[in-house]
Design a protein around this ligand. Structure first.
Ligand code: GLN
Length: 530
């Protein structure tokens, strides 16, 4: 990285202009991503008459792929494309996908007749979005880091600003895309998400000069080389389009696995999705690499750090499995069996209420920015693994709040609104204790030469979280028109299970904390030079 170029960047509020380009690009990308997500389950179950079971599974597999593919998009940008081209290409795929989502075809008839063509267009559109996210998301985040020297003290605050862009996009998406989609028509909501994405795309293209060449390919000559008769760059785009077709099929493929389901105690007829198979294969390959890497190429301290990091990453999947209920069971619960009251004078629809999460992130950002340094000064700052345990505990407790609300409905028989808001607050405290700490742990605990890959692995855990969330969601599947008291009983049961999953995982992490901390201490003593 050239010092002169970075030193001469134009600044605004003490940060290079490039940060604001990344901020707005990612804000609009998340606007599209979360707008689609806020509507998806309702759209599938109401417009195309998907069963709850299939709705939860598709939500989980689509979002799971969108978080798994950044591993590939990050690698391709590192090796060949550079970040700018990857972001541009990802933006185009996502925009086409969003506009494809806007084609909603015929609503399913009461007899269950569905519009097969519209559903195939939807699968293709979801595939375009997932592959697009894979190219865009990891790389726009890496550009932020590239705008600063390695030892620049503004780096952490740059990521904080960037995280706010993510949540601003998420907030606006639920309110605007969710509202328009539910009130005026699904297609209008998705189209609006697409327009948001195009806005981000224009911001990025028009302002790329502010990235000061930091997002360019490290090996432009490789892009020009001919492979199989095509320029390598063109070949990458062509293969990505083939990937879209593959993903379109993967999204709708399920396999019978009764033999294994039986051993796991699952109901007969339970199927495994192709996405889950892909994720499991990817994980096995990754673990083989990881074990080889830590035992052959790492010093004792590096190995200890990498083991701690892997435990954190693995357990984060459980957290996201609970957290992502917000776009699945929480959404269905608020739509079907809850009183919705006004919030700041507005009565929001179920998809719009998913904005409460981002709202609390804004409210909690400052207290948390103060809390950790404050505890640190007193010598009480918990280690990363203790913070993860706290995050899991709160994710569990949030579900107990909802269980209580479902067991104690109000006089009209529906669950109370403010319990739902309280559950979101508790859940977001959990997110603040875990998510930013996790990102920072990746950068500090990972061996530097594999840090991008480990960041990809961090997102891969989110992918598992999404799929786990889909599976948890299926526990709350119910027939259309289930009576409210029966539905409340089902939700109470599922929320209680999820609460115990969170508390159990938290107990595990609390128990692991002294072991993990000791592991690092011993390694440090053994490696005095570090
Ligand atoms: N909310 C954050 C984002 O969208 C993190 C999500 C995650 O890692 N699962 O970027």
């Amino acid at each position: 990285m050239s010092n002169a170029i970075l030193a001469n960047q134009r600044q605004l509020f003490g940060h290079p202009l490039g940060l604001y380009v990344c901020f707005f690009t990612e804000m609009w990308e998340r606007f599209a991503f979360y707008g689609l997500k806020a509507l998806l389950f309702l759209y599938l179950t109401k417009h195309h008459a998907f069963s709850d079971n299939n709705g939860y599974l598709l939500l989980g597999t689509y979002a799971g792929l969108a978080y798994a593919l950044p591993v590939v998009g990050g690698l391709l940008a590192d090796q060949y494309l550079g970040m700018r081209k990857a972001v541009t290409f990802g933006g185009i795929l996502m925009a086409v996908g969003m506009l494809g989502m806007a084609y909603t075809g015929q609503a399913a008839t009461p007899e269950g007749g569905a519009d097969a063509v519209a559903i195939q267009i939807m699968y293709a559109s979801l595939a375009l979005v997932a592959v697009g996210v894979g190219f865009l998301k990891p790389n726009i985040s890496t550009i932020v880091g590239r705008l600063y020297e390695d030892n620049d003290p503004r780096r952490d605050s740059a990521f904080t600003v960037f995280y706010m862009g993510i949540n601003l996009g998420a907030l606006a998406a639920s309110l605007i895309v969710g509202g328009v989609g539910e009130i005026y028509g699904w297609g209008y909501g998705f189209a609006l998400a697409g327009i948001g994405l195009l806005t981000g795309f224009v911001v990025f293209i028009k302002n790329k000069a502010h990235l000061m060449g930091q997002a360019e390919s490290a090996h432009p000559e490789l892009l020009e080389q001919k492979v199989w008769g095509l320029r390598r760059e063109t070949l990458i785009y062509v293969l990505a389009l083939v990937g879209v077709v593959v993903v379109q099929q993967v999204l709708q493929t399920k396999f019978d696995f009764d033999a294994i389901a039986h051993i796991l105690g699952m109901a007969p007829g339970t199927q495994i999705t192709a996405t889950e198979v892909v994720a499991i294969v990817l994980t096995i390959a990754l673990l083989v690499w990881w074990f080889k890497f830590i035992f052959i190429e790492c010093s004792a301290l590096e190995r200890a750090n990498m083991i701690v990091l892997m435990v954190l990453i693995a357990i984060s999947a459980v957290f996201w499995g609970l957290y992502e209920q917000t776009y699945g069971t929480w959404l269905a619960y608020s739509d079907r069996v809850m009183n919705i009251e006004s919030l700041f004078g507005f009565k929001l629809s179920a998809s719009q209420l998913t904005s409460v999460g981002a709202l609390f992130i804004f409210a909690l950002a400052i207290p948390f920015a103060w809390l950790w340094p404050f505890l640190d000064r007193k010598g009480w700052n918990p280690s990363a693994s203790a913070k993860f345990a706290i995050g899991l505990l709160f994710a569990g407790l949030a579900h107990f709040v909802l269980q209580y609300a479902a067991l104690n409905p109000e006089s009209n028989g529906l669950a109370g609104f403010w319990w739902f808001i309280l559950a979101y607050l508790v859940l977001e405290i959990g997110e603040m204790a875990l998510s930013p700490i996790g990102l920072s742990a990746v950068t500090t605990l990972s061996v530097p030469r594999v840090v991008s890959l480990m960041m990809g692995v961090w997102f891969l855990a989110s992918a598992f979280g999404e799929m786990i969330a889909g599976r948890f969601g299926t526990l709350a599947s119910m027939e259309k028109g289930t009576a409210v008291p029966d539905a409340l009983a089902i939700y109470a049961d599922v929320f209680s299970t999820l609460g115990w999953v969170g508390v159990g995982a938290a107990a595990f992490m609390f128990a692991m904390t002294p072991i993990l901390n000791r592991q690092i201490r011993i390694a440090r003593e053994k490696t005095p030079s570090v």
